[in-house]
Design a protein around this ligand. Sequence first.
Ligand code: PGA
Length: 253
Amino acid sequence: MTNKLKYFIGNWKMFGNLQSFAIVNRVNKFAHNLSKKHFKSKIVLCVPSTLIYFFKKKMKSTYISLGAQNCHHYHGDGAFTGSINASMLKNSGSRYIILGHSENRSNGESTSLIKKKIESSLNQNLKVIFCVGETLKEKKLGKTLSIINKQILGSLEKKMSFKNIIIAYEPVWSIGTNKIPTNAEIKKVAIYIKSLCKKRFYSNYTLPVIYGGSVNSKNIKIFSLINDIDGFLIGGASQSSIKFIDIIKNYYK
Ligand code: PGA
Protein backbone atom coordinates (compact mmCIF):
# COMPACT_ATOMS: atom_id res chain seq x y z
CA MET A 1 0.00 0.00 0.00
CA THR A 2 1.28 3.46 -0.89
CA ASN A 3 0.69 6.80 0.76
CA LYS A 4 -0.57 8.41 -2.44
CA LEU A 5 -3.91 10.24 -2.26
CA LYS A 6 -6.77 7.77 -2.65
CA TYR A 7 -10.37 8.64 -3.51
CA PHE A 8 -13.33 6.76 -2.06
CA ILE A 9 -16.36 8.13 -3.87
CA GLY A 10 -19.88 6.90 -3.16
CA ASN A 11 -22.52 6.98 -5.88
CA TRP A 12 -25.90 6.70 -4.18
CA LYS A 13 -27.79 6.65 -7.50
CA MET A 14 -31.58 7.06 -6.93
CA PHE A 15 -31.44 6.32 -3.21
CA GLY A 16 -31.89 8.28 -0.02
CA ASN A 17 -34.10 10.72 1.84
CA LEU A 18 -33.74 13.23 4.67
CA GLN A 19 -33.25 10.39 7.21
CA SER A 20 -30.24 9.20 5.24
CA PHE A 21 -28.29 11.98 6.92
CA ALA A 22 -27.47 9.27 9.49
CA ILE A 23 -25.28 7.60 6.85
CA VAL A 24 -23.57 10.88 5.93
CA ASN A 25 -22.97 11.65 9.59
CA ARG A 26 -21.33 8.27 10.28
CA VAL A 27 -19.14 8.50 7.19
CA ASN A 28 -18.16 12.06 8.12
CA LYS A 29 -17.14 10.96 11.64
CA PHE A 30 -15.16 8.07 10.23
CA ALA A 31 -13.42 10.45 7.80
CA HIS A 32 -12.49 12.68 10.74
CA ASN A 33 -10.83 9.76 12.55
CA LEU A 34 -9.11 8.65 9.37
CA SER A 35 -7.72 12.15 8.83
CA LYS A 36 -5.96 11.86 12.22
CA LYS A 37 -4.08 8.81 10.96
CA HIS A 38 -1.52 9.27 8.23
CA PHE A 39 -3.59 8.06 5.32
CA LYS A 40 -4.10 10.50 2.49
CA SER A 41 -7.67 9.94 1.41
CA LYS A 42 -10.52 11.94 -0.02
CA ILE A 43 -14.02 10.72 0.75
CA VAL A 44 -16.93 11.97 -1.34
CA LEU A 45 -20.62 11.07 -1.34
CA CYS A 46 -22.50 11.78 -4.57
CA VAL A 47 -26.13 11.92 -3.47
CA PRO A 48 -29.43 12.92 -5.13
CA SER A 49 -29.52 16.67 -5.84
CA THR A 50 -32.52 17.12 -3.53
CA LEU A 51 -30.37 16.17 -0.51
CA ILE A 52 -27.12 18.08 -1.12
CA TYR A 53 -28.07 21.38 0.54
CA PHE A 54 -29.76 19.68 3.50
CA PHE A 55 -26.77 17.39 4.19
CA LYS A 56 -24.30 20.23 3.76
CA LYS A 57 -26.14 22.42 6.29
CA LYS A 58 -26.54 19.58 8.79
CA MET A 59 -22.88 18.56 8.93
CA LYS A 60 -21.24 20.59 11.69
CA SER A 61 -17.67 20.11 10.59
CA THR A 62 -16.97 18.63 7.22
CA TYR A 63 -14.39 15.94 6.55
CA ILE A 64 -16.07 14.63 3.41
CA SER A 65 -17.29 16.37 0.26
CA LEU A 66 -20.69 16.10 -1.35
CA GLY A 67 -21.24 15.57 -5.04
CA ALA A 68 -24.02 15.33 -7.61
CA GLN A 69 -24.66 12.60 -10.18
CA ASN A 70 -25.49 14.50 -13.38
CA CYS A 71 -26.51 17.92 -14.68
CA HIS A 72 -28.07 19.61 -17.67
CA HIS A 73 -25.46 20.77 -20.19
CA TYR A 74 -26.72 24.36 -20.41
CA HIS A 75 -24.88 26.75 -18.11
CA GLY A 76 -27.57 29.37 -17.51
CA ASP A 77 -31.28 29.60 -16.77
CA GLY A 78 -33.52 28.25 -19.49
CA ALA A 79 -36.66 26.46 -20.59
CA PHE A 80 -35.54 22.97 -19.57
CA THR A 81 -38.35 21.57 -17.45
CA GLY A 82 -37.14 19.23 -14.74
CA SER A 83 -33.45 20.00 -15.26
CA ILE A 84 -30.72 21.23 -12.96
CA ASN A 85 -27.54 22.94 -14.16
CA ALA A 86 -24.00 22.84 -12.78
CA SER A 87 -24.28 26.31 -11.28
CA MET A 88 -27.35 25.26 -9.23
CA LEU A 89 -25.46 22.21 -7.96
CA LYS A 90 -22.46 24.31 -6.97
CA ASN A 91 -24.78 26.77 -5.25
CA SER A 92 -26.41 23.97 -3.22
CA GLY A 93 -23.06 22.78 -1.83
CA SER A 94 -21.88 20.24 -4.38
CA ARG A 95 -18.12 20.07 -4.96
CA TYR A 96 -17.99 17.01 -7.21
CA ILE A 97 -20.14 15.68 -10.04
CA ILE A 98 -20.35 12.27 -11.73
CA LEU A 99 -20.70 12.61 -15.52
CA GLY A 100 -20.88 10.04 -18.30
CA HIS A 101 -22.16 7.24 -16.06
CA SER A 102 -23.16 4.23 -18.16
CA GLU A 103 -26.69 4.32 -16.71
CA ASN A 104 -27.04 7.76 -18.37
CA ARG A 105 -25.13 6.81 -21.52
CA SER A 106 -27.59 3.93 -21.97
CA ASN A 107 -30.41 6.51 -21.81
CA GLY A 108 -28.96 8.27 -24.83
CA GLU A 109 -26.18 10.53 -23.52
CA SER A 110 -23.64 10.96 -26.33
CA THR A 111 -19.93 11.75 -25.95
CA SER A 112 -20.59 15.28 -27.31
CA LEU A 113 -23.40 15.91 -24.81
CA ILE A 114 -21.19 14.63 -21.98
CA LYS A 115 -18.45 16.99 -23.18
CA LYS A 116 -20.82 19.98 -22.84
CA LYS A 117 -21.73 18.84 -19.32
CA ILE A 118 -18.05 18.50 -18.41
CA GLU A 119 -17.32 22.03 -19.71
CA SER A 120 -20.26 23.49 -17.87
CA SER A 121 -19.27 21.74 -14.61
CA LEU A 122 -15.60 22.75 -14.87
CA ASN A 123 -16.71 26.36 -15.43
CA GLN A 124 -18.41 26.14 -12.05
CA ASN A 125 -15.22 24.75 -10.51
CA LEU A 126 -16.85 21.41 -9.80
CA LYS A 127 -14.53 18.40 -9.76
CA VAL A 128 -15.67 16.04 -12.50
CA ILE A 129 -15.72 12.27 -12.06
CA PHE A 130 -15.87 11.24 -15.70
CA CYS A 131 -16.97 7.61 -16.19
CA VAL A 132 -15.78 5.45 -19.07
CA GLY A 133 -16.00 1.73 -19.72
CA GLU A 134 -16.92 -1.02 -22.14
CA THR A 135 -19.94 -3.32 -22.32
CA LEU A 136 -19.57 -7.10 -22.06
CA LYS A 137 -20.03 -7.45 -25.82
CA GLU A 138 -17.29 -4.90 -26.48
CA LYS A 139 -15.00 -6.68 -24.01
CA LYS A 140 -15.56 -10.02 -25.72
CA LEU A 141 -14.71 -8.43 -29.06
CA GLY A 142 -11.44 -7.15 -27.59
CA LYS A 143 -12.57 -3.52 -27.96
CA THR A 144 -12.05 -2.30 -24.38
CA LEU A 145 -9.22 0.14 -25.12
CA SER A 146 -10.66 1.44 -28.38
CA ILE A 147 -14.04 2.17 -26.71
CA ILE A 148 -12.32 4.00 -23.86
CA ASN A 149 -10.22 5.91 -26.41
CA LYS A 150 -13.40 7.08 -28.20
CA GLN A 151 -15.15 8.03 -24.96
CA ILE A 152 -12.16 10.07 -23.75
CA LEU A 153 -11.31 11.79 -27.02
CA GLY A 154 -15.01 12.51 -27.64
CA SER A 155 -15.57 14.26 -24.33
CA LEU A 156 -12.27 15.75 -23.13
CA GLU A 157 -10.27 18.53 -24.72
CA LYS A 158 -6.84 20.04 -24.19
CA LYS A 159 -8.16 23.41 -23.03
CA MET A 160 -10.05 21.86 -20.07
CA SER A 161 -8.86 22.26 -16.52
CA PHE A 162 -7.44 18.77 -16.04
CA LYS A 163 -6.61 19.27 -12.37
CA ASN A 164 -10.38 19.06 -11.78
CA ILE A 165 -10.95 15.81 -13.63
CA ILE A 166 -10.88 12.26 -12.28
CA ILE A 167 -11.52 9.41 -14.69
CA ALA A 168 -13.52 6.47 -13.36
CA TYR A 169 -13.02 3.21 -15.23
CA GLU A 170 -16.32 1.40 -14.82
CA PRO A 171 -16.80 -1.66 -17.04
CA VAL A 172 -20.55 -1.66 -17.73
CA TRP A 173 -20.73 -5.44 -17.19
CA SER A 174 -19.33 -5.03 -13.70
CA ILE A 175 -21.78 -2.44 -12.37
CA GLY A 176 -24.12 -3.99 -9.81
CA THR A 177 -23.35 -7.54 -10.98
CA ASN A 178 -20.68 -8.80 -8.55
CA LYS A 179 -18.52 -9.54 -11.58
CA ILE A 180 -15.12 -7.88 -11.51
CA PRO A 181 -12.18 -7.59 -13.88
CA THR A 182 -8.81 -9.07 -12.92
CA ASN A 183 -6.21 -6.75 -11.39
CA ALA A 184 -4.16 -7.12 -14.57
CA GLU A 185 -7.11 -5.92 -16.68
CA ILE A 186 -7.73 -2.89 -14.45
CA LYS A 187 -4.02 -2.06 -14.37
CA LYS A 188 -3.78 -2.22 -18.16
CA VAL A 189 -6.76 0.15 -18.59
CA ALA A 190 -5.50 2.60 -15.92
CA ILE A 191 -2.06 2.81 -17.52
CA TYR A 192 -3.66 3.22 -20.95
CA ILE A 193 -5.92 6.09 -19.78
CA LYS A 194 -3.07 7.90 -18.01
CA SER A 195 -0.73 7.69 -20.98
CA LEU A 196 -3.47 8.63 -23.49
CA CYS A 197 -4.31 11.76 -21.50
CA LYS A 198 -0.65 12.68 -21.13
CA LYS A 199 -0.05 12.27 -24.83
CA ARG A 200 -3.18 14.07 -26.03
CA PHE A 201 -3.86 16.71 -23.42
CA TYR A 202 -1.48 17.45 -20.62
CA SER A 203 2.02 16.05 -20.71
CA ASN A 204 3.14 17.31 -17.27
CA TYR A 205 0.29 15.94 -15.22
CA THR A 206 -0.94 12.43 -14.48
CA LEU A 207 -4.70 12.31 -14.22
CA PRO A 208 -6.15 10.26 -11.35
CA VAL A 209 -7.89 7.09 -12.51
CA ILE A 210 -10.26 5.29 -10.17
CA TYR A 211 -12.06 1.96 -10.56
CA GLY A 212 -15.79 1.33 -10.15
CA GLY A 213 -17.97 -1.78 -10.47
CA SER A 214 -19.11 -4.15 -7.69
CA VAL A 215 -16.50 -2.89 -5.19
CA ASN A 216 -17.15 -4.40 -1.75
CA SER A 217 -15.36 -4.88 1.57
CA LYS A 218 -13.91 -8.23 0.44
CA ASN A 219 -12.64 -7.52 -3.06
CA ILE A 220 -11.15 -4.17 -1.97
CA LYS A 221 -8.19 -6.11 -0.50
CA ILE A 222 -7.47 -7.52 -3.97
CA PHE A 223 -7.91 -4.14 -5.66
CA SER A 224 -5.62 -2.50 -3.10
CA LEU A 225 -2.71 -4.32 -4.76
CA ILE A 226 -3.09 -2.21 -7.92
CA ASN A 227 -0.77 0.77 -7.49
CA ASP A 228 -1.89 2.45 -10.70
CA ILE A 229 -5.40 3.03 -9.34
CA ASP A 230 -6.08 6.24 -7.39
CA GLY A 231 -9.27 5.14 -5.69
CA PHE A 232 -12.75 3.74 -6.15
CA LEU A 233 -16.26 4.70 -7.24
CA ILE A 234 -18.63 2.70 -5.08
CA GLY A 235 -22.32 2.33 -5.95
CA GLY A 236 -24.57 -0.08 -4.03
CA ALA A 237 -22.20 -0.50 -1.10
CA SER A 238 -22.09 3.27 -0.46
CA GLN A 239 -25.79 3.24 0.47
CA SER A 240 -24.83 1.64 3.79
CA SER A 241 -22.42 3.42 6.13
CA ILE A 242 -21.23 0.04 7.49
CA LYS A 243 -20.40 -1.36 4.05
CA PHE A 244 -18.84 1.87 2.79
CA ILE A 245 -16.70 2.36 5.91
CA ASP A 246 -15.65 -1.33 5.87
CA ILE A 247 -14.38 -0.89 2.30
CA ILE A 248 -12.14 2.00 3.36
CA LYS A 249 -11.02 0.24 6.58
CA ASN A 250 -10.13 -2.94 4.70
CA TYR A 251 -8.28 -0.97 2.04
CA TYR A 252 -5.92 0.41 4.68
CA LYS A 253 -5.71 -2.78 6.78
P1 PGA B 1 -21.79 -0.74 -8.01
O1 PGA B 1 -21.99 0.62 -8.89
O2 PGA B 1 -20.69 -0.46 -7.02
O3 PGA B 1 -23.12 -0.95 -7.37
O4 PGA B 1 -21.42 -1.82 -8.97
C1 PGA B 1 -20.92 1.39 -9.29
C2 PGA B 1 -21.43 2.61 -10.02
O5 PGA B 1 -22.46 2.53 -10.70
O6 PGA B 1 -20.82 3.69 -9.94
